[in-house]
Design a protein around this ligand. Sequence first.
Ligand code: NAI
Ligand code: MG
Length: 498
Amino acid sequence: MQNALTPRLDPFALARDLAGRNLIDGALVPAASGRTFPVVNPATGEEVSTAAYGEASDVEAAVAAAVKAQKSWARLPARERGRLVAECGRRLTEHVEELGRLIALETGKALRTESRVEASVLADAFVFYGGLGGELKGETVPFNPDILSLTLREPIGVVGAIIPWNVPMMLMALKIAPAMVAGNAVVVKSAEEAPLAVLRACQIMNQVLPPGVFNILSGFGPECGAPLVTHPKVGKITFTGSVETGKIVYRAAADKLIPVTLELGGKSPMIVMGDADLDKAVAGAVTGMRFTRQGQSCTAASRIFVHSSIHDAFVERLKAKVDAMVMGDPLDEKTDIGTIISTQQFEKVKSYIKIGTELAGAKANVCSAMPSDPKLAKGLYVQPVIFTGVDNDSRLAREEIFGPVTCVIRFDEYDQVIEQANDSEYGLAATIWTRDLRTALDAARRLEAGIVQVNQNLVVQPNISYGGVKQSGLGKEASLEAMLEHFTHKKTVMINMQ
Ligand code: NAI
Ligand code: MG
């Protein structure tokens, strides 16, 4: 174990120092080709650093390091692996401010409302999973008094983790912390839009964990992600991203017959019944829609069904609440809402706003105000939009926008609203807001989603199982269950003692 790194609070300087590096076998190294690609601050459009342009040869080096390291890592007592992973969590906790600033710089997510929070969730996930080494338990199976039949939870070997840019540190943690505690080695492929904060987090972990147990590469999907999925020595892929890419990954994994976990998109319904606590529901819509993350969340409450009796009051209060949120420099403590991640996503979000504006009967309630600071004139800012007068069949209500755009849809009948909520390709998350316990329970059973919440819209928690149905994905993340089901395989052992 090496000495602790000192937190670096100037994100611009830190970003420059991390330029053009992957972390392979415990060392920060350039891509084999020497190539890099730019890292851009979406609040100004300026290039702040570069990232290593990882390709198949870098994947090869990282997987070779992981294969080698995994054998002795898996032989450590499980609780010792856990202790080391928890120590990573402790050190990451000391870097929350640093990591928060760095991720704010590269993603445009506001420091106070999002980026600092994400950095602490990263640290917490390592602390949580670090405590679970002793839970890698098998079973004894009654069979015959002379034969002891039991199961062992064994690591898979090398796990490939492909992450997106919206909450990269949190999603990396929820993949690699359980994978490593379970005795696997990992190779992470970061998202091209957000390579630096995850690299820095890995550099901090590198002070604690043996070389090769985890490796991280930056690069583009087809050139760096695809060779990781198809590599013959990678025994499992855990992926978060778009449905389209998720299916490409799933097909490639099928050729190798390896397991995958897929966390994909969503179009999550929020149902507000006539008897709901209106203020709580409005606050829940703001959290649920992740307005502070510019709506860039797969769980975003992007279809809000509100009972006719309270529809107008709900919209008025929601608009007032979002209007009061400050758009600005992501690194400024006063800022609630930062920028969209990239010009590509910016164009996508804008195109949906245009579709909505041209929709007959729809009204675009545009909220908050663009930042006035001239330094931010080229920033990828989009004012939040609450559409009303939209129905569940419109593209706005069917397709994942991944921006600060939500639809409030009026309803009268409970059975009908459940049907509408379920009338979606997706099934990630859902919420219902009511004071009636019978309605709450009934909805919890009938809503097609991986997670249903009543009268709250909590974000992902390390110990609560998370994952979708339908096009939203396969398998679960977070919780003990995810570690056991998705990062180990169960081996049966039978001992004949006669
Ligand atoms: P994406 O699914 O293309 O990218 C996610 C990750 O997959 C990135 O690391 C990317 O480099 C990698 N990747 C891309 N092509 C690959 C391939 N052929 N093989 C292996 N890895 C590959 O998502 P993208 O382009 O960033 O965003 C597009 C849309 O996806 C968004 O507008 C949003 O709707 C959705 N999305 C959903 C997320 C979620 O949390 N479920 C996260 C990010 C995006
Ligand atoms: Mg893509």
